[in-house]
Design a protein around this ligand. Structure first.
Ligand code: FAD
Length: 448
């Protein structure tokens, strides 16, 4: 079809779409606008830059504007799209460095504006200086500079995976870290309580103070944050990090009249088409479908952003690709633990109308006689009636977490407990027992 594709938001989804559209259609003009100073960057690497494991911020840039230019893609950083005009089929753009404003017409539009960290106005003091969150590479640079000079005491509000990664990064930099979370355990939106409590113990053993079931009432301070009022405690802080989760960045799309779905993210079909002709969306700002319960979901993961972006790019470039949905498979390192999940947890399974049964297997990633084998726990969640596996979780030492991929693949193909109890999984003494914990957890779920 050719003409001009304009991309709003130049990171994972947007630049995957742009790159794939270029592969499909050599004649398409492609212009991408990115508000921050970097496009095509790894937000996932940001905590490790703050920790000092990644030495320079440039290493987190996958492709520079110059490399995109070689591909015939015009990526303009420090350019913010301020409005989308669907009637005139153009975007209004502010050049944040040059100071000019201009309009750019499009034949096809890709909305890939991502998700932003939650900053609830209901918490007094949340806008004080020293209350930071993490999204762009510039945020990571600011946070690292603070940890090098002025952040001896840090409060992390929220215990999702970004909060935990940052707690580890900041503790590693010598800060005294307190995590305050409303949940009964960390990672409460993804892990079942029994698995979450293992992670709680690891966090505390690493020297981080963890306050669960605790509400942050307000952030205190006059000219900058000096502490957090949480329950009965006033926890002092030089830096407050917000790890309260993320919300799809849909204000621009909504203002333009691009319809949202039930989750509040942009509604798309399996080709990543919005409900407006010629307008596409993918990544954190777009809905997708959960393969286990068939429901619309909006899960913010780089894996999903890259894949949905690529699907959009194929279709924009004249091909025909359909996105098959997600399981929400995720993995995170929390101090000495690897923590991974896929599919639905027990509460989500019940809420989706299943009758969940859980099998748990505790053991080691190695034969019983293998020295220093990492400990690990595997849980498998299934429907009691049909035996269909709905979800799984893995918590264990080094080298254990990617076992989640076997569970994810099984769930993807709608395996049952019987399939997994007898699955032919690899064995040698340094890695596992003859019965892998996935086999055993599945057997335990089948015969609770
Ligand atoms: P984004 O990456 O948010 O990109 C959207 C871009 O649009 C932004 O750069 C934004 O500046 C730009 N933008 C927004 N509005 C405008 C506008 N009006 N004009 C111009 N530009 C605009 N996922 C994993 O799978 N594994 C991980 O380990 C992992 N770790 C993470 C760690 C951190 C600290 C963070 C923040 C995220 C992590 N993620 C991880 C999530 C992953 O980074 C996101 O899912 C992914 O980046 C989403 O890509 P996206 O392109 O949809 O959105």
């Amino acid at each position: 079809m050719s003409g001009r594709l304009v991309v709003v938001g130049g990171d994972a989804a947007g630049m995957s779409a742009a790159s794939q559209a270029r592969r499909m259609d050599r004649d398409l003009e492609i212009v991408a606008f990115e508000r921050s100073g970097y496009g095509s960057y790894s937000a996932c690497g940001e905590p490790y830059y703050v920790a000092g494991i990644v030495d320079s911020i440039e290493r987190l840039v996958a492709r520079t504007p110059e490399r995109f230019a070689h591909m015939g893609i015009d990526l303009r950083t420090r350019h913010e799209v301020e409005a989308i005009d669907l009637d005139r089929r153009l975007v209004r753009v502010a050049d944040l460095e040059g100071g000019s404003r201009f309009e750019m017409p499009w034949d096809q539009l890709m909305v890939s504006t991502g998700a932003h960290p939650l900053r609830p106005a209901s918490i007094a003091g949340i806008d004080l200086p020293g209350v930071l969150a993490l999204r762009t590479l510039e945020d990571a640079v600011t946070l690292r500079a603070m940890t090098e000079h002025e952040a001896e005491r840090v409060v992390v509000v929220g215990a999702g995976y970004i909060g935990l990664e940052m707690a580890e990064a900041l503790a590693g930099r010598g800060a005294h870290v307190t995590i305050v979370t409303l949940g009964p355990h960390v990672l409460e939106k993804t892990l079942d309580p029994e698995m979450g409590r293992i992670v709680d113990d690891a966090v505390r053993e690493a020297g981080v103070e963890l306050l669960t079931d605790t509400t942050v009432d307000r952030i205190v301070g006059d000219v900058k944050a000096t502490g957090v009022a949480a329950g009965d405690a006033l926890v002092p802080a030089d830096l407050v990090f917000l790890g309260l989760g993320t919300a799809p960045d849909v204000a621009l799309a909504e203002a333009a009249g691009i319809p949202l779905g039930v989750t509040g993210a942009i509604a798309v079909d399996d080709r990543q088409r919005t409900r407006v002709e010629g307008v596409w969306s993918a990544g954190d700002c777009a809905e997708t479908v959960h393969r286990v319960n068939g429901q619309a979901v909006n899960i913010h993961l780089g894996t999903i952003a890259n894949k949905t972006g690529r699907i959009a790019g194929t279709n924009i470039g004249g091909g025909d690709a359909r996105f098959p949905g997600v399981l929400g498979t995720a993995i995170v390192k929390v101090f000495d633990l690897e923590v991974a999940c896929t599919g639905l947890n027990t509460a989500q399974s019940a809420a989706s109308g299943f009758d969940p049964v859980v099998g748990i297997a505790k053991g080691r990633a190695g034969a019983s006689y293998w020295p220093d084998a990492a400990g690990m726990v595997v849980s498998v969640i299934a429907d009691r009636v049909t035996g269909r596996v709905l979800g799984g979780q893995v918590v264990g030492g080094e080298g254990t977490g990617k076992r989640i991929d076997a569970l994810a693949t099984a769930i993807w193909k709608e395996a049952t407990l019987d399939d997994l109890a007898w699955a032919d999984l690899a064995y040698a003494p340094p890695f596992t027992g003859v019965w892998d914990l996935i086999n055993i957890a599945s057997r335990n779920a089948a015969d609770p």
